[in-house]
Ligand binder design. Structure first.
Ligand SMILES: Cc1ncc(COP(=O)(O)O)c(C=O)c1O
Length: 349
């Protein structure tokens, strides 16, 4: 039997919560009682809302695309799976970035893809590196932008150069809205398929409001595929997602300033450590430093045991001498968490 699982997701979901969750790649959860709605706005109506048009329209408006290009899904997770399942035939060659968010790799392998990898030098998206790894059989190229785990931003120019190589390009954009950036790579050309959600940078992971942007024929294939999987999303969540999309600016208020403050704290922390190697953070919510002396697994165990703090050991991102740090939480939490990380590093040394 083919293994059907994501080892990383299983591990991540089974970790006990800690106060200083530098392991998190999200901003703080947004409280629903800050949104103006009444319980009657979440009416079930007893109807099955086929491709709930108000939500499809609201996502299309947010992304600046035709609603015919929008497929709704349970989070970016399901969006990625549906996109891959619609694009991959067993035996197809799929080129996946290294390192990568593991569920993307697990899904491609589960679908029977012949997975090959391309390097991201210094974690940047380098079209020449993608081209070197390509073969005439390459059907799909898989990228995260911003990159998980490093947080590196791929410019529209770099993405367009990858698009010009020919195969379809799947871009997971779940972190893209964490700063002022150009819109989705979907606008770069018809071979781009992009996924995202209201999860990571809006603090609304509980809604599971995810989507795929794809050319209408391909989008239709994904809708049909989802009829085999979940048929429809929970309708109150769809209604809440519409309300959230109408208030995205309020939901995101203060986020960029907080992320900038937290990145500055992380960069100051880095400057004081000779045991970590990492480029200063310029974008996003996560960084992926190399631990020059010691074992990131032992560091995480010590942080959890003695410091009520957690990181993600790099083995979950295919680079066991590194670890992922998330700076999306409230500034006090990030500041204290970094102090605790420093104390744990000192103990290990
Ligand atoms: C690159 C990437 N894609 C997708 C997800 C999952 O997103 P969602 O919560 O919207 O399913 C994550 C979560 O860590 C992620 O890092």
């Amino acid at each position: 039997m083919r293994a059907v699982r994501s080892e990383y997701m299983h591990w991540a979901k089974s970790q006990a919560p800690v106060t200083y969750a530098l392991s998190s790649s999200e901003v703080p959860h947004f409280r629903l009682d800050r949104l103006p709605f009444a319980i009657s706005d979440l009416e079930l109506d007893g109807a099955s809302y086929h491709r709930y048009p108000p939500l499809r329209q609201a996502i299309a408006e947010k992304e600046g695309v035709d609603p015919a290009c929008v497929v709704m899904a349970d989070g970016t997770s399901m969006a990625n799976f549906l996109a891959l399942a619609a694009l991959i035939e067993p035996g197809d060659e799929v080129l996946v970035e290294f390192p990568v968010y593991e569920p993307l790799l697990a899904a491609a392998r589960f679908l029977g893809a012949e997975v090959k990898r391309f390097e991201r030098p210094g974690f940047a998206l380098d079209p020449a590196a993608v081209e070197r790894a390509m073969s005439p059989a390459t059907k799909l190229i898989v990228i995260t932008n911003l990159h998980n785990p490093s947080g590196a931003f791929a410019s529209p120019e770099a993405l367009a150069a990858v698009g010009a190589l020919g195969p379809r390009v799947l871009v997971d954009e779940v972190y893209l809205d964490s700063g002022p950036r150009p819109g989705s790579a979907f606008h770069l050309g018809p071979n781009f398929v992009c996924t995202s959600s209201l999860t990571k940078v809006y603090g609304l992971s509980g809604l599971r409001c995810g989507w795929i942007l794809a050319e209408p024929d391909l989008a239709e294939r994904m809708w049909r595929l989802n009829e085999v999987m979940g048929v429809a999303q929970a309708h109150p969540a769809e209604r809440l997602s519409c309300i959230a999309l109408a208030h995205l600016d309020e939901i995101a208020a203060g986020r960029e300033e907080r992320l900038e403050r937290n990145r500055a704290l992380f960069n100051a922390f880095l400057a004081g450590r000779s045991d970590l190697e990492c480029a200063p953070m310029e974008s996003g919510i996560t960084a992926f430093p190399r631990l020059l002396r010691g074992d990131p697994e032992a560091l995480n165990a010590l942080l959890r045991e003695r410091f009520d703090t957690a990181i993600v050991p790099g083995r979950w991102f295919e680079m066991p001498d590194r670890f992922r740090v998330g700076i999306g939480q409230a500034t006090e939490i990030v500041e204290d968490g970094l102090a605790r990380l420093g104390a744990a590093l000192d103990v290990l040394a």
